[in-house]
Design a binder for this molecule. Structure first.
Ligand code: WQD
Length: 339
Protein backbone atom coordinates (compact mmCIF):
# COMPACT_ATOMS: atom_id res chain seq x y z
CA UNK A 1 0.00 0.00 0.00
CA UNK A 2 1.57 3.30 -1.18
CA UNK A 3 1.54 6.12 1.38
CA UNK A 4 2.39 9.71 0.39
CA UNK A 5 4.56 11.31 3.11
CA UNK A 6 4.80 15.09 2.70
CA UNK A 7 7.73 16.61 4.59
CA UNK A 8 9.12 13.05 4.56
CA UNK A 9 12.76 14.17 4.78
CA UNK A 10 12.16 16.18 7.93
CA UNK A 11 12.74 15.10 11.54
CA UNK A 12 9.42 13.34 12.23
CA UNK A 13 8.77 12.56 8.57
CA UNK A 14 12.00 10.59 8.10
CA UNK A 15 11.39 8.53 11.25
CA UNK A 16 7.84 7.83 10.07
CA UNK A 17 9.10 6.68 6.64
CA UNK A 18 11.21 4.06 8.46
CA UNK A 19 8.28 2.86 10.59
CA UNK A 20 5.99 2.70 7.52
CA UNK A 21 8.47 0.35 5.83
CA UNK A 22 8.79 -1.69 9.03
CA UNK A 23 4.98 -2.07 8.94
CA UNK A 24 4.97 -3.21 5.30
CA UNK A 25 3.86 0.03 3.63
CA UNK A 26 5.55 1.68 0.61
CA UNK A 27 6.31 5.36 1.36
CA UNK A 28 6.44 7.97 -1.44
CA UNK A 29 8.23 11.06 -0.14
CA UNK A 30 7.42 14.65 -1.10
CA UNK A 31 9.56 17.47 0.30
CA UNK A 32 10.46 21.00 -0.86
CA UNK A 33 13.81 20.83 1.00
CA UNK A 34 13.11 24.23 2.61
CA UNK A 35 13.88 22.75 6.04
CA UNK A 36 15.48 19.38 5.27
CA UNK A 37 18.51 17.87 3.53
CA UNK A 38 18.21 15.61 0.43
CA UNK A 39 20.98 13.42 1.87
CA UNK A 40 18.50 12.22 4.51
CA UNK A 41 17.19 10.01 1.68
CA UNK A 42 20.56 8.17 1.67
CA UNK A 43 20.44 7.91 5.44
CA UNK A 44 16.95 6.39 5.30
CA UNK A 45 18.22 3.96 2.65
CA UNK A 46 20.97 2.79 5.03
CA UNK A 47 18.22 1.83 7.51
CA UNK A 48 15.53 0.32 5.26
CA UNK A 49 17.80 -1.09 2.55
CA UNK A 50 16.51 0.92 -0.41
CA UNK A 51 15.93 4.52 -1.47
CA UNK A 52 12.21 5.40 -1.34
CA UNK A 53 10.66 7.34 -4.24
CA UNK A 54 11.23 11.07 -3.66
CA UNK A 55 9.63 14.06 -5.39
CA UNK A 56 11.08 17.53 -4.71
CA UNK A 57 7.93 19.61 -4.78
CA UNK A 58 6.44 22.87 -3.52
CA UNK A 59 2.97 21.86 -2.33
CA UNK A 60 1.91 25.52 -2.58
CA UNK A 61 2.15 25.21 -6.37
CA UNK A 62 -1.31 23.94 -7.35
CA UNK A 63 -0.17 22.79 -10.81
CA UNK A 64 2.72 20.75 -9.37
CA UNK A 65 0.43 19.03 -6.87
CA UNK A 66 -2.09 18.15 -9.60
CA UNK A 67 0.79 16.75 -11.65
CA UNK A 68 1.90 14.69 -8.64
CA UNK A 69 -1.59 13.16 -8.36
CA UNK A 70 -1.33 12.16 -12.04
CA UNK A 71 2.20 10.74 -11.67
CA UNK A 72 1.43 9.05 -8.32
CA UNK A 73 -2.19 7.92 -8.81
CA UNK A 74 -2.22 4.77 -6.64
CA UNK A 75 -1.69 6.51 -3.30
CA UNK A 76 -3.97 4.93 -0.67
CA UNK A 77 -3.04 7.13 2.27
CA UNK A 78 -1.39 10.49 2.97
CA UNK A 79 0.61 11.58 6.00
CA UNK A 80 0.92 15.36 5.84
CA UNK A 81 3.91 16.75 7.77
CA UNK A 82 4.95 19.50 5.36
CA UNK A 83 4.49 22.87 7.11
CA UNK A 84 6.55 25.67 8.60
CA UNK A 85 6.82 25.10 12.35
CA UNK A 86 8.99 27.72 14.07
CA UNK A 87 6.82 29.45 16.67
CA UNK A 88 9.02 32.57 16.95
CA UNK A 89 9.40 33.02 13.17
CA UNK A 90 5.64 32.68 12.74
CA UNK A 91 5.15 35.76 14.95
CA UNK A 92 7.60 37.75 12.78
CA UNK A 93 6.26 36.46 9.42
CA UNK A 94 2.60 35.42 9.86
CA UNK A 95 1.64 35.66 6.17
CA UNK A 96 4.49 33.31 5.21
CA UNK A 97 3.07 30.78 7.66
CA UNK A 98 -0.59 31.17 6.67
CA UNK A 99 0.22 30.99 2.97
CA UNK A 100 2.50 27.95 3.18
CA UNK A 101 0.60 25.91 5.75
CA UNK A 102 -2.86 26.46 4.21
CA UNK A 103 -2.06 26.47 0.46
CA UNK A 104 -0.15 23.19 0.78
CA UNK A 105 -2.93 21.50 2.78
CA UNK A 106 -5.74 22.58 0.45
CA UNK A 107 -3.83 21.80 -2.76
CA UNK A 108 -3.12 18.31 -1.45
CA UNK A 109 -6.69 17.62 -0.31
CA UNK A 110 -8.13 18.80 -3.64
CA UNK A 111 -5.64 16.92 -5.82
CA UNK A 112 -6.26 13.58 -4.10
CA UNK A 113 -9.97 14.03 -3.36
CA UNK A 114 -11.76 10.75 -4.06
CA UNK A 115 -8.44 8.96 -4.61
CA UNK A 116 -6.40 8.67 -1.39
CA UNK A 117 -8.97 7.96 1.27
CA UNK A 118 -6.92 8.01 4.48
CA UNK A 119 -5.36 11.31 5.61
CA UNK A 120 -3.18 11.73 8.71
CA UNK A 121 -2.62 15.35 9.74
CA UNK A 122 0.36 16.50 11.79
CA UNK A 123 -1.11 18.74 14.49
CA UNK A 124 0.31 19.96 17.78
CA UNK A 125 -0.49 20.32 21.49
CA UNK A 126 0.19 23.99 20.94
CA UNK A 127 -3.50 24.29 19.99
CA UNK A 128 -4.31 23.88 23.71
CA UNK A 129 -2.32 26.93 24.79
CA UNK A 130 -2.14 26.77 28.61
CA UNK A 131 -4.83 24.17 29.43
CA UNK A 132 -7.16 24.83 32.37
CA UNK A 133 -6.91 21.19 33.41
CA UNK A 134 -3.92 18.83 33.28
CA UNK A 135 -3.34 16.32 31.86
CA UNK A 136 -5.09 17.82 28.86
CA UNK A 137 -7.60 15.68 26.95
CA UNK A 138 -8.64 15.99 23.29
CA UNK A 139 -11.98 17.43 24.51
CA UNK A 140 -10.23 20.47 26.00
CA UNK A 141 -10.98 23.80 24.35
CA UNK A 142 -8.44 24.79 21.72
CA UNK A 143 -7.07 28.27 22.28
CA UNK A 144 -6.11 30.57 19.48
CA UNK A 145 -3.59 33.30 18.91
CA UNK A 146 -0.78 31.97 21.05
CA UNK A 147 1.13 32.14 17.75
CA UNK A 148 0.36 32.19 14.03
CA UNK A 149 2.04 28.76 13.87
CA UNK A 150 -0.37 27.42 16.51
CA UNK A 151 -3.25 29.08 14.66
CA UNK A 152 -2.34 27.30 11.42
CA UNK A 153 -2.60 23.95 13.23
CA UNK A 154 -5.91 24.79 14.86
CA UNK A 155 -7.46 26.24 11.69
CA UNK A 156 -6.17 23.33 9.60
CA UNK A 157 -8.02 20.97 11.95
CA UNK A 158 -11.17 23.04 11.35
CA UNK A 159 -10.65 22.92 7.57
CA UNK A 160 -10.41 19.13 7.76
CA UNK A 161 -13.53 18.85 9.92
CA UNK A 162 -15.49 21.17 7.60
CA UNK A 163 -14.38 19.09 4.61
CA UNK A 164 -15.65 15.90 6.31
CA UNK A 165 -18.91 17.62 7.31
CA UNK A 166 -19.47 18.57 3.66
CA UNK A 167 -19.78 14.86 2.83
CA UNK A 168 -16.22 14.16 1.67
CA UNK A 169 -15.30 10.49 1.46
CA UNK A 170 -11.88 11.20 3.03
CA UNK A 171 -11.13 9.67 6.42
CA UNK A 172 -9.01 11.97 8.60
CA UNK A 173 -7.00 11.55 11.81
CA UNK A 174 -5.28 14.55 13.39
CA UNK A 175 -2.40 13.72 15.73
CA UNK A 176 -1.62 16.42 18.32
CA UNK A 177 2.08 15.95 19.07
CA UNK A 178 3.55 17.00 22.38
CA UNK A 179 7.33 17.52 22.33
CA UNK A 180 9.13 15.18 19.91
CA UNK A 181 12.76 14.46 20.87
CA UNK A 182 15.43 11.78 20.40
CA UNK A 183 16.55 9.89 17.29
CA UNK A 184 16.47 6.49 15.58
CA UNK A 185 18.61 3.93 17.45
CA UNK A 186 20.88 3.58 14.38
CA UNK A 187 21.90 7.24 14.94
CA UNK A 188 21.63 7.65 11.13
CA UNK A 189 18.65 10.03 11.27
CA UNK A 190 17.64 12.62 13.84
CA UNK A 191 16.79 16.28 14.36
CA UNK A 192 18.68 18.64 12.00
CA UNK A 193 17.95 22.19 13.18
CA UNK A 194 19.07 24.91 10.76
CA UNK A 195 21.12 27.57 12.57
CA UNK A 196 20.73 28.10 16.32
CA UNK A 197 18.29 25.47 17.67
CA UNK A 198 15.05 26.95 19.03
CA UNK A 199 14.05 23.72 20.77
CA UNK A 200 15.49 22.51 24.07
CA UNK A 201 16.92 19.07 23.28
CA UNK A 202 18.91 19.95 20.14
CA UNK A 203 20.30 22.93 22.08
CA UNK A 204 21.32 20.54 24.88
CA UNK A 205 23.07 18.12 22.51
CA UNK A 206 24.85 20.94 20.66
CA UNK A 207 26.04 22.32 24.01
CA UNK A 208 27.21 18.85 25.07
CA UNK A 209 29.21 18.45 21.83
CA UNK A 210 30.74 21.92 22.25
CA UNK A 211 28.93 23.76 19.42
CA UNK A 212 27.16 26.04 21.96
CA UNK A 213 28.67 27.62 25.07
CA UNK A 214 25.85 27.00 27.50
CA UNK A 215 22.15 26.42 27.83
CA UNK A 216 19.89 29.16 29.14
CA UNK A 217 16.93 27.83 31.11
CA UNK A 218 14.12 30.21 30.18
CA UNK A 219 12.80 30.92 33.67
CA UNK A 220 12.76 29.05 36.98
CA UNK A 221 10.05 31.12 38.64
CA UNK A 222 7.06 29.20 37.30
CA UNK A 223 4.59 27.43 39.58
CA UNK A 224 6.12 24.01 38.91
CA UNK A 225 8.13 21.48 41.00
CA UNK A 226 11.49 23.19 40.35
CA UNK A 227 10.27 26.44 38.82
CA UNK A 228 11.08 25.54 35.21
CA UNK A 229 8.43 24.79 32.57
CA UNK A 230 6.82 21.35 32.25
CA UNK A 231 6.36 19.57 28.92
CA UNK A 232 5.41 16.07 27.71
CA UNK A 233 8.52 14.88 25.86
CA UNK A 234 7.94 11.94 23.51
CA UNK A 235 10.50 9.81 21.66
CA UNK A 236 10.29 10.51 17.91
CA UNK A 237 10.23 6.74 17.17
CA UNK A 238 7.15 6.30 19.38
CA UNK A 239 5.64 9.31 17.62
CA UNK A 240 6.42 7.81 14.20
CA UNK A 241 4.68 4.56 15.20
CA UNK A 242 1.55 6.52 16.10
CA UNK A 243 1.21 7.47 12.41
CA UNK A 244 1.21 3.79 11.41
CA UNK A 245 -1.45 3.16 14.07
CA UNK A 246 -3.54 6.03 12.63
CA UNK A 247 -3.40 4.51 9.12
CA UNK A 248 -4.41 1.12 10.48
CA UNK A 249 -7.31 2.67 12.40
CA UNK A 250 -8.66 4.32 9.23
CA UNK A 251 -8.34 1.07 7.29
CA UNK A 252 -10.92 -0.45 9.62
CA UNK A 253 -14.45 -0.45 8.13
CA UNK A 254 -15.96 1.03 11.30
CA UNK A 255 -13.86 4.22 11.09
CA UNK A 256 -15.78 7.15 9.66
CA UNK A 257 -14.99 10.81 9.11
CA UNK A 258 -12.67 12.60 11.51
CA UNK A 259 -10.93 11.91 14.81
CA UNK A 260 -8.15 13.51 16.85
CA UNK A 261 -5.60 12.02 19.30
CA UNK A 262 -3.02 13.29 21.79
CA UNK A 263 0.39 11.81 21.01
CA UNK A 264 2.46 12.14 24.16
CA UNK A 265 3.58 9.95 27.05
CA UNK A 266 1.12 11.30 29.62
CA UNK A 267 4.06 12.42 31.79
CA UNK A 268 5.23 15.96 32.50
CA UNK A 269 8.96 16.73 32.84
CA UNK A 270 10.58 20.06 33.74
CA UNK A 271 13.41 21.69 31.79
CA UNK A 272 15.83 21.14 34.69
CA UNK A 273 14.76 17.49 34.96
CA UNK A 274 15.53 17.07 31.23
CA UNK A 275 18.97 18.62 31.72
CA UNK A 276 19.74 16.29 34.62
CA UNK A 277 18.30 13.29 32.75
CA UNK A 278 20.64 14.05 29.85
CA UNK A 279 23.63 14.24 32.20
CA UNK A 280 22.65 10.92 33.84
CA UNK A 281 21.97 9.12 30.55
CA UNK A 282 25.15 10.28 28.80
CA UNK A 283 27.62 11.04 31.60
CA UNK A 284 28.15 14.47 30.01
CA UNK A 285 28.04 17.44 32.39
CA UNK A 286 26.07 20.37 30.94
CA UNK A 287 26.89 24.05 31.33
CA UNK A 288 23.61 25.92 31.94
CA UNK A 289 22.36 29.07 33.60
CA UNK A 290 18.95 30.38 34.58
CA UNK A 291 17.74 33.23 32.37
CA UNK A 292 14.55 35.21 31.88
CA UNK A 293 11.31 33.62 30.72
CA UNK A 294 10.78 33.23 26.94
CA UNK A 295 7.74 35.09 25.60
CA UNK A 296 4.91 32.82 24.50
CA UNK A 297 5.91 29.84 26.65
CA UNK A 298 3.08 28.09 28.47
CA UNK A 299 3.91 27.17 32.06
CA UNK A 300 3.02 23.50 31.90
CA UNK A 301 1.35 21.08 29.52
CA UNK A 302 1.23 17.31 29.32
CA UNK A 303 -1.22 14.99 27.61
CA UNK A 304 -3.97 12.64 28.71
CA UNK A 305 -3.29 9.67 26.39
CA UNK A 306 -6.24 7.46 27.43
CA UNK A 307 -8.01 7.93 24.08
CA UNK A 308 -4.86 7.15 22.09
CA UNK A 309 -4.30 3.99 24.14
CA UNK A 310 -7.90 2.77 23.97
CA UNK A 311 -9.07 3.86 20.51
CA UNK A 312 -5.87 4.35 18.48
CA UNK A 313 -4.34 1.23 20.06
CA UNK A 314 -1.02 3.03 20.50
CA UNK A 315 1.08 3.84 23.59
CA UNK A 316 4.53 5.37 23.95
CA UNK A 317 7.08 2.79 25.09
CA UNK A 318 10.40 4.69 25.27
CA UNK A 319 11.43 6.73 28.32
CA UNK A 320 13.40 9.90 28.95
CA UNK A 321 16.74 8.04 29.17
CA UNK A 322 16.21 6.56 25.66
CA UNK A 323 15.25 10.02 24.39
CA UNK A 324 18.38 11.63 25.82
CA UNK A 325 20.86 8.89 24.88
CA UNK A 326 19.52 8.54 21.32
CA UNK A 327 19.64 12.32 20.83
CA UNK A 328 23.25 12.31 22.05
CA UNK A 329 24.28 9.38 19.77
CA UNK A 330 22.79 11.26 16.79
CA UNK A 331 24.59 14.50 17.71
CA UNK A 332 27.91 12.66 17.90
CA UNK A 333 27.22 10.91 14.58
CA UNK A 334 26.24 14.04 12.67
CA UNK A 335 29.14 16.07 14.03
CA UNK A 336 31.59 13.38 12.81
CA UNK A 337 29.68 12.71 9.56
CA UNK A 338 28.26 16.00 8.30
CA UNK A 339 25.73 15.34 5.52
C1 WQD B 1 10.62 23.33 25.64
C2 WQD B 1 10.90 23.97 26.98
C3 WQD B 1 11.34 26.34 26.86
C4 WQD B 1 15.12 26.10 24.72
C5 WQD B 1 7.54 24.00 20.49
C6 WQD B 1 6.29 24.17 19.67
C7 WQD B 1 5.63 22.83 19.48
C8 WQD B 1 6.62 21.90 18.85
C9 WQD B 1 7.82 21.74 19.78
C10 WQD B 1 6.49 22.02 16.45
C11 WQD B 1 10.23 25.34 27.14
C12 WQD B 1 12.56 25.58 27.37
C13 WQD B 1 13.93 25.79 25.33
C14 WQD B 1 16.19 26.66 25.48
C15 WQD B 1 14.84 26.50 27.44
N1 WQD B 1 7.05 22.40 17.59
N2 WQD B 1 13.81 25.97 26.68
N3 WQD B 1 16.01 26.83 26.83
O1 WQD B 1 8.18 25.53 23.01
O2 WQD B 1 7.44 23.42 24.25
O3 WQD B 1 7.19 23.54 21.77
O4 WQD B 1 8.41 23.05 19.90
O5 WQD B 1 5.71 21.16 16.25
O6 WQD B 1 4.51 23.00 18.63
O7 WQD B 1 5.39 24.99 20.38
O8 WQD B 1 9.45 23.34 22.76
O9 WQD B 1 11.83 22.72 22.93
O10 WQD B 1 11.22 25.13 22.30
O11 WQD B 1 10.87 24.32 24.63
O12 WQD B 1 14.70 26.67 28.67
O13 WQD B 1 17.29 26.99 24.97
O14 WQD B 1 12.31 24.23 27.06
O15 WQD B 1 11.16 27.54 27.61
O16 WQD B 1 9.82 25.47 28.49
P1 WQD B 1 8.04 24.05 23.04
P2 WQD B 1 10.92 23.89 23.09
Amino acid sequence: MKILVTGGLGFIGSHTVVELVNAGYEPVIVDDLSNSDPKILDQIAKIIGYKPVFHKLDLCNEHSVKELAVNEPDIEGIIHFAAYKAVGESVQKPLKYYRNNFYSLINLLEAYHGKALNFVFSSSCTVYGQPEQLPVTEAAPVQSAQSPYGNTKQIAEEILQDMIASGSDYKVVSLRYFNPVGAHDSALIGELPIGVPQNLVPFITQTAIGKRQKITVFGDDYNTPDGSCVRDYIHVVDLAKAHVAALKLMQKDNFKGYDVFNIGTGNGTTVLQIIHAFERATGVKLNYEIGPRRGGDVEQVWGDVTKSTNKLGWKAKLGIDDMMSSAWEWEKYISQNPL
